[in-house]
Design a protein around this ligand. Structure first.
Ligand SMILES: NC(=O)c1ccc[n+]([C@@H]2O[C@H](COP(=O)([O-])OP(=O)(O)OC[C@H]3O[C@@H](n4cnc5c(N)ncnc54)[C@H](OP(=O)(O)O)[C@@H]3O)[C@@H](O)[C@H]2O)c1
Length: 294
C-alpha cells in the first residue's frame, strides 16, 4: 500500500467525480474517491472524519446539486450541497493546511453581456442554483484564499449518457426529433479536458477563480447540429425553439459563455467533439468485447 498522501475526491457517483478518478488513474496520481455515504460534504463531523482517515494533500470537491430547475423549490437542499458543503470543506482545509479545488458555474452571471464573461466580471445570478454557487465562491475564498475555484459550464462526456450531446446523438440514432434552444448561448465543456486542466492548476498551486471551458460559444441548437454533423448523422432532427417555450422553472441567462483572463487552457469544442465521438466508439467496442468474453 502506498504511503503518499492521496487526493481526496468527493461525489463518487457523479460525472465529474468519476472523470477525476479516471484521469488520476491515467496520470498515476494517488486518489481516494468517496460517495456521500462515506463523506457528506455538508456534515462537519463527516468532513473531519474523512480528513483524519485519509490525510489528503488536497480535496477535489466534485459533489454538488445540479438540478437547476428543481433548485427553485428544493432550495434548502441546493444551498446545503452547493454552499454549506464547500464552506465546511474550506474551513476544514484551512485548519489542516490542505488544498481545495471546488467547482462553480456560468450561471453566476445574468447574461447581460454579449462577449464571454471573464473572472473579474460582476456576478449577478438569476436563479437559486446560481446564487448557491456564488455564495459558495465567496464563503470558500473568505475562509481559504488559496483555494482554487473553477467556473465551468455545459458538460459533455462520453461516459455520461444524460448530458446534452449524448442525448442528441441518441435521439438522432433512434430517428427522434430533438428540440433545442436557439437563443441561449453557452461554452460547452469537454469533461476529460476540464479535469486535466484543473489537475494541472491544482498541482501548480493556482488559486482564486478560474474560468475553464472548451473554446467556442454555441446555442444549444448549434451545439446539437455540430455534434450530429461530426457524427455523420442528420442535423434535421434538431428542432430549434426559443428558450421560453420549454417552460423551465429557473430563469437562465440568454448568454453565459465564459472566457478567461488567464488565457485559453482547453481545446476547441469541435476538436473535443471529435475526441468525444472516438471515445464513445471505443466504449461501445469495449462493451461488445466484454459481452463476447462474458
Ligand atoms: N453538469 C454540468 O454541466 C455542470 C456545469 C457547471 C458546473 N458544474 C458543477 O460541477 C460539479 C459536479 O457536477 P456533475 O455534473 O458531476 O454533478 P452530478 O453528476 O449530479 O454529481 C453530483 C455528485 O454530488 C454528490 N453529492 C450531492 N450531495 C452531496 C453531499 N452532501 N456530500 C457528498 N456528495 C454529495 C452526488 O452524490 P449522490 O448522487 O450519491 O447524492 C453526486 O455524486 C457541481 O459542483 C456542478 O455545480 C456542472
Amino acid at each position: 500500500m502506498s504511503t503518499n498522501p492521496p487526493l481526496l475526491i468527493t461525489g463518487a457517483t457523479g460525472t465529474l467525480g468519476q472523470a477525476f478518478q479516471l484521469q488520476c488513474h491515467i496520470r498515476g496520481l494517488e486518489a481516494v474517491l468517496l460517495d456521500h455515504t462515506a463523506l457528506d460534504i455538508a456534515d462537519k463531523a463527516s468532513v473531519a472524519n474523512a480528513l483524519a482517515e485519509h490525510k489528503p494533500w488536497a480535496i477535489v470537491n466534485a459533489a454538488g446539486y445540479v438540478r437547476v430547475d428543481e433548485a427553485e423549490t428544493d432550495y434548502d437542499r441546493c444551498y446545503r450541497e452547493n454552499t454549506t458543503g464547500p464552506r465546511l470543506l474550506a474551513e476544514a482545509c484551512a485548519a489542516r493546511g490542505v488544498q481545495l479545488l471546488t467547482f462553480s458555474s456560468d450561471l453566476v452571471f445574468d447574461g447581460g453581456k454579449t462577449t464571454p464573461y471573464l473572472e473579474s466580471d460582476l456576478a449577478r445570478p438569476l436563479n437559486v442554483y446560481g446564487r448557491s454557487k456564488l455564495l459558495a465562491e465567496q464563503a470558500v475564498l473568505a475562509r481559504l484564499p488559496r483555494a482554487l475555484v473553477v467556473r465551468t459550464s455545459a458538460f459533455f462526456n462520453p461516459c455520461d449518457e444524460y448530458n446534452f450531446v449524448s442525448q442528441v446523438l441518441t435521439a438522432a440514432r433512434n430517428g427522434d426529433d430533438f428540440p433545442a434552444a436557439d437563443d441561449v448561448f453557452v461554452s460547452p465543456t469537454y469533461v476529460p479536458d476540464l479535469v486535466n486542466a484543473a489537475l494541472d492548476l491544482l498541482l501548480d498551486e493556482a488559486c482564486g477563480i478560474w474560468h475553464l471551458t472548451s473554446q467556442g460559444t454555441y446555442s444549444w441548437a448549434e451545439l446539437g447540429r455540430l455534434a450530429l454533423r461530426l457524427a455523420g448523422l442528420d442535423e434535421a432532427c434538431i428542432v430549434p425553439r426559443p428558450a421560453a417555450s420549454f417552460g423551465w422553472a429557473a430563469r437562465r441567462p440568454r448568454y453565459s459563455a465564459l472566457g478567461s483572463e488567464h488565457g485559453a487552457l482547453l481545446p476547441s469544442v469541435e476538436s473535443s467533439l471529435l475526441r468525444y465521438l472516438a471515445a464513445e466508439q471505443q466504449l461501445q467496442a469495449d462493451s461488445s468485447q466484454a459481452v463476447l468474453v462474458g
